[in-house]
Design a protein around this ligand. Structure first.
Ligand SMILES: Cc1cc2nc3c(=O)[nH]c(=O)nc-3n(C[C@H](O)[C@H](O)[C@H](O)COP(=O)(O)OP(=O)(O)OC[C@H]3O[C@@H](n4cnc5c(N)ncnc54)[C@H](O)[C@@H]3O)c2cc1C
Length: 442
């Protein structure tokens, strides 16, 4: 089969690219190794990507979720694109509620954070919610089918080659030919993509990596902040190493979940619309940059993830904060003494300091102590920590206008490009690529 455009991956980046290409007169196929929205079970794979199993917190500010300069967009252009992505989500059924809109409450929180030595990054957010986002993604998917976009579900792209002036997308037993390729395989496909990109001569560079834990604690501790901003972002500079540690993806009354990768497991979190827990969780991540001679942050991150998975016996490690602070392993019995119930069902009680680098552990413990000044109680005995939480945005591609790589017609978008860290930025990079293709002569 031959198409004008082949989109690899049906996460937010791939879906928004396809929406933009529908009705353009260009034939488009989306190849997705997972299943349709109503059939999928995987957290990371299937139509909607990792985004469809998230609780759909849309960060509607250029300051959260990506690096505007790296994708060549002015702040004004970005603001327009962000508003457009938000508009599309509402058109397919996202609820019309925002948080983070009360300037006085935001200013009060910013002041309190500053007094505690914490940076608070504010911004408008829409919270779609887990149940609803699956409906929204399903509506998008059905609309794309109605508008003539072809979907190849359950097909994994093995390789991409450039031959005779076209791309050859190898599905193993079959090949798809395309005039342009938009690669949007997400974090789950980022490692695969870097090999493909190298074979095409557009190998990536390595950027910083975020390594840390998921922190879970009684929901009441976060209630006052949630009233100001649902998923508030905080940054702390640690006393010992002066490293940057940030909170990310807060899930009020949510769940900690396991993310399965080929060779390791990670933790993540989400919140359901209908099913609330008594706990809140957020990621606490240490920002790591490597320089000569070890620049391959991806391999470094994978080595940490594999070590943690080995120590956890194939499951995430869970430790009481108190045990981590005091340098001893948590046992099942010690976990039972905590006042909250862990929301992740399958875990191994253990010692996170055996799995994460010493510097990261020191940073995390110190950051929780600082955050305790704005979320009193978080550094206390009721807090649990899960590892490993690692965000692989570190494989970064040099892109020109419209997310095009050095190979004309080959675009990398979304989290796998290293230029997005959330649904909104992933979606808008997909839009940029599709618009660039539509504007190409011939
Ligand atoms: C549990 C969880 C909660 C989250 N919560 C939020 C949140 O509230 N707000 C937010 O902004 N972000 C959240 N995120 C992050 C967000 O989901 C991602 O940033 C976003 O989905 C990235 O979009 P993407 O299109 O780049 O990639 P993805 O959504 O990861 O989609 C990539 C798709 O490509 C497919 N694929 C990969 N390789 C291949 C291949 N070789 N062949 C065919 N198909 C392939 C995968 O199956 C997948 O469906 C969350 C993530 C998780 C896991």
């Amino acid at each position: 089969m031959r198409y004008d455009v082949a989109v690899i991956g049906a996460g937010p980046a791939g879906l928004f690219a396809a929406l933009e290409l529908a009705d353009s007169g260009l034939s488009t196929v989306v190849v997705e190794k997972g299943q349709a929205p109503r059939e999928r079970r995987s957290i990371t794979c299937g139509v909607g990507g990792a985004g469809a199993f998230s609780d759909g917190k849309l960060n509607l500010t250029p300051r959260i979720g990506g690096d505007p300069a790296a994708i060549g967009c002015s702040v004004a252009e970005l603001a327009e694109l962000i508003a457009y992505v938000d508009h599309v989500f509402t058109r397919y059924g996202a609820p019309a509620q925002y948080s983070g809109e009360d300037p006085k409450a935001l200013a009060r929180l910013k002041k309190a954070a500053a007094e505690a030595g914490v940076e608070f990054i504010s911004g408008r957010q829409r919270h779609i919610g887990t149940g609803c986002i699956r409906e929204v993604i399903d509506a998008m998917y059905r609309d794309l089918l109605d508008r003539g976009v072809a979907f190849r579900l359950g097909d994994e792209v093995k390789a991409i080659a450039w031959a005779n002036d076209e791309f050859v997308v190898d599905l193993g037993e079959e090949q798809i030919h395309a005039g342009a390729v938009i690669a949007a395989p997400g974090r789950v496909g980022a490692y695969w993509l870097r090999e493909v990109a190298r074979s095409l001569g557009v190998g990536p560079q390595f950027g910083p990596l975020d390594v840390g834990v998921r922190v879970e604690f009684p929901a009441e501790l976060y209630d006052p902040i949630e009233r100001v901003m649902y998923d508030a972002k905080f940054r702390v500079r640690t006393p010992t190493y002066d490293d940057m540690v940030r909170t990310f993806c807060t899930n009020p009354r949510g769940f900690v979940v396991q993310e399965d990768h080929d060779e390791f497991v990670l933790v993540n979190g989400h919140a359901e619309n209908e099913c609330k827990t008594e706990n809140t969780n957020f990621a606490l991540l240490v920002h790591i940059e490597l320089t000569d001679p070890v620049e391959d942050t991806t391999e470094y991150g994978r080595a940490i993830a594999k070590l943690a998975t080995t120590i956890g016996g194939g499951r995430p490690i869970l430790q009481r904060l108190k045990d981590l602070q005091q340098g001893r392993r948590s046992t099942a019995d010690r976990i039972r003494r905590v006042s909250i119930q862990p929301t992740l069902a399958a875990f191994t009680p253990g010692d996170i300091s055996m799995a994460l680098p010493h510097r990261v552990v020191v940073d995390l413990v110190e950051a929780i102590d600082v955050l305790d000044r704005i979320m009193p109680g978080i550094a206390s005995e009721g807090t649990l920590v899960y590892a490993p939480e690692i965000k692989f945005y570190d494989t970064q591609y040099r892109v020109g206008a419209g997310m095009e790589t050095g190979l004309p017609g080959f675009y990398v978008v979304g989290d796998a490009s290293g230029h997005s860290r959330g649904i909104v930025f992933a979606a808008l990079t997909g839009i940029l690529a599709a618009r660039h293709i539509k504007a190409r002569p011939g």
